[in-house]
Design a protein around this ligand. Structure first.
Ligand SMILES: [Mg+2]
Length: 166
């Protein structure tokens, strides 16, 4: 099922040493907006920097692949010390494939991590990389995002009731 993530987690902080070992994970292809930071926010969410440092300490390789522009992605990626691909055009797979190649890991050792089924999860599944779907840090307010969430909640029974979906 192309729309189905391998793992559904609350947020990236659920990924710890035990999770990595259990699932043989050595690398992350990370989404940015609503996965590491609030959409449009120049800062990372609280705890993200510490979590990245912890993952680095465990030897995890990481790269950002974002559909957003370089102007948006670069400042935060630089601040977090992460290499990135902007204008990633997920669900197309070139960004994910480029990241895997750059990190020099096997696809079976990597995870694509993001908050959106139609971009992050699809891209990972198309590329043949396991996926982690996380809850968005903050709900998007644009109607396009609201529509996507609505479809996701209807089709995939995701529960956004605590996220004030209107
Ligand atoms: Mg996102």
């Amino acid at each position: 099922m192309l729309f189905k993530p391998t793992f559904w987690l609350k947020n990236v902080f659920s990924i710890d040493e035990e999770f990595l070992k259990k699932n043989g994970v050595k690398a992350f292809v990370l989404d940015m907006d609503n996965t590491l930071s609030m959409h449009g926010d120049p800062k990372a969410e609280d705890g993200v920097m510490e979590w990245l440092d912890k993952m680095r300490g465990l030897g995890v390789k990481m790269r950002v692949v974002s559909n957003n522009t370089t102007k948006r992605v670069k400042p935060l990626a630089d601040m977090l010390g992460l290499e990135f691909t902007s204008n990633g055009a997920k669900p197309l797979t070139f960004g994910v494939n480029r990241a895997i190649k750059a990190m020099d890991v096997k696809k079976s050792e990597a995870l694509v991590i993001g908050d959106q089924i139609f971009t992050d999860v699809l891209a990972g599944n198309f590329a043949g990389v396991r996926t982690v779907l996380v809850e968005p840090f903050h709900l998007e307010n644009k109607w396009t995002f609201r529509l996507k969430r609505k479809i996701e909640s209807l089709v995939f029974h995701r529960d956004y009731s605590d996220l004030e979906l209107k």
